[in-house]
Ligand binder design. Structure first.
Ligand code: ZN
Ligand code: ZN
Ligand code: ZN
Ligand code: ZN
Length: 482
């Protein structure tokens, strides 16, 4: 919850150079890199309605304009509409046989909008479906769409003819014998197929008119009642007729939702894949960074004064099922390694991979951007590392004094419990900062990552890697020297 409502004070640098909190990052365990939403390919897995949970194939969803045919939303506040039952007195009350009729109408429980407000007739109980509000220009719009489809076909045909002319040699049977499909159909006594491209297009072009159909006089004379005018949001929810007055609002079909799977851009492995069924909120693959990367939280920081060393306490949490060792390194440490890496990439050895694969790789590898954070303080780099044991959910509730035999540097580790440790760092804001300016501290964190990819041979020790990333902490604002 703290990640959602609180400002991002601890940010991790993604491979692309963007700074993100750990909750917004993925960790690709195949190429061992942090990936943010911009470094992954988004793919639509399934389409479904969020209310009735109906699963639709993509072709059907396209036909239905990505709307659910059963669920309706309030056109005024965009919440779900509920059915309400009511009884209507018989038309002829003097008739002793006439019984009151049960009807239903739609009502919004949020803003109290009902279908009766706009004069939509009540439905009889047992009758399914509500009358569709047809657009008056449907025929014209369909004609225009057909016209443009024909244009596209025509252009394609012309392009194909052009390509055919340019080709010198042809092996087509029709060209060698001179018998085309239409001649063959004539000889066999069959009717000629109509070419949709040659059909007459009855679309009349729109003509601009000087006269305005609706008089705008009333706009200048009558006072505006804001309660009767629709908002831009309400108009755009109904793009077909975009009503300007609230009495022209009609129920809207609910927009479909999608389930997305995310793929690492460089190795094409999934970093997130939900279960297909819309009823399930579980994931098949879920490589979120906070399951693999140690989490950092700021515990406390002394008031920041120029040139004065202040204590900074941070908490390190190991979320994995394996013990890890965390080492704090200077920020420049990773830059030096990355520069060496780019040198190697610039001068690649001769590879036997197909050209298409090389092109694909080169299009996917992009140079990271400059990290947009002005570091305003020096961080004292501790000489020793911190060992964090594996996460143990049962230990969270164990208040009996536990014994952990780690040879900690008492100046560095202030406190530790199960998979967490609080460490003390010293920060000294730089001289060039101004009062009230935000102070950002940065360092490189190295941790031992134990690979969770299943190994093929049994009894093989899981592989361990040293994984490094840059961390930026926003410590607060600079205060006066006293
Ligand atoms: Zn990124
Ligand atoms: Zn639905
Ligand atoms: Zn409403
Ligand atoms: Zn990857």
């Amino acid at each position: 919850m703290a990640y959602i409502v609180e400002p991002d004070v601890v940010r991790y640098a993604c491979m692309c150079g963007l700074l993100k909190p750990i909750s917004r990052l993925y960790f690709c365990r195949h190429c061992l890199h942090l990936r943010c939403g911009f470094c992954v390919c988004h793919e639509v897995d399934s389409l479904f309605c969020g209310k009735c949970l109906e699963n639709l194939p993509s072709t059907e969803a396209k036909l239905k304009k990505n709307k659910c045919s059963n669920c309706l939303e309030c056109p005024s506040c965009h919440q779900q509409l509920s059915s309400k039952a009511a009884t209507v007195a018989p038309k002829n009350p003097e008739d002793p046989k006439a019984t009151p009729k049960k009807v239903i109408y739609l009502c919004c429980l949020n803003c109290r909008w009902t279908t009766r407000d706009v004069g939509i007739p009540d439905q009889e109980v047992g009758k399914s479906g509500w009358p569709e509000h047809e657009n008056v220009h449907t025929n014209r719009l369909n004609a225009i769409m057909n016209h443009y489809k024909k244009l596209v076909l025509k252009e394609k045909q012309q392009q194909m003819d052009k390509d055919k002319k340019q080709r010198k040699y042809t092996t087509s049977l029709a060209e060698r014998t001179g018998v085309t499909a239409s001649i063959l159909r004539k000889r066999l006594g069959m009717t000629e197929l109509k070419n949709p491209l040659l059909e007459a297009d009855d679309l009349k072009p729109a003509v601009a008119s000087k006269e305005i159909v609706d008089s705008i006089e009333h706009l200048l004379t009558t006072p505006i009642k804001l309660n009767d005018i629709t908002t831009i949001d309400q108009r755009l929810k109904l793009p077909d007729w975009q009503p300007t007055a609230v009495d022209k609002l009609y129920p809207v079909h609910k927009q479909l939702s999608v389930k997305r799977s995310l793929r690492c851009r460089s190795c094409e492995h999934n970093v997130s894949k939900p279960e297909y069924s819309p009823n399930s909120i579980k994931f098949k693959i879920q490589l979120f960074a906070y399951y693999h990367i140690p989490e950092i939280r700021i515990v406390t920081v002394e008031p920041l004064r120029i040139g004065k060393q202040c204590e900074l306490l941070i908490k390190l949490i190991n979320p994995t099922q394996h013990q890890t060792t965390i080492t704090i390194l200077p920020l420049e440490h990773l830059d030096a390694i990355q520069q060496e890496d780019t040198k190697v990439i610039e001068d690649p050895p001769e590879t036997k991979e197909p050209l298409s694969f090389q092109l694909l790789q080169s299009s996917l590898t992009s140079h990271p951007r400059q990290i947009n954070a002005k570091v305003g303080t020096d961080v004292s780099i501790p000489t020793s590392s911190i060992i964090l044991p594996a996460r143990d959910d049962a230990a969270e509730y164990d208040d009996t004094g536990e014994t952990q035999n780690f040879q900690d540097d008492p100046k560095l580790v202030v406190f530790r419990k199960s998979n967490k440790a609080v460490i003390k760092l010293l920060v000294a804001p730089m001289e060039n900062l101004e009062l009230g300016e935000e102070v950002i501290a940065g360092f490189t964190m190295q941790h031992v990552y134990t690979s969770t990819i299943a190994t093929t041979t049994e009894n093989k020790e899981p592989q361990k890697f040293d994984h490094k990333m840059k961390i930026y902490l926003t410590l607060g604002t600079l205060v006066g020297s006293q």
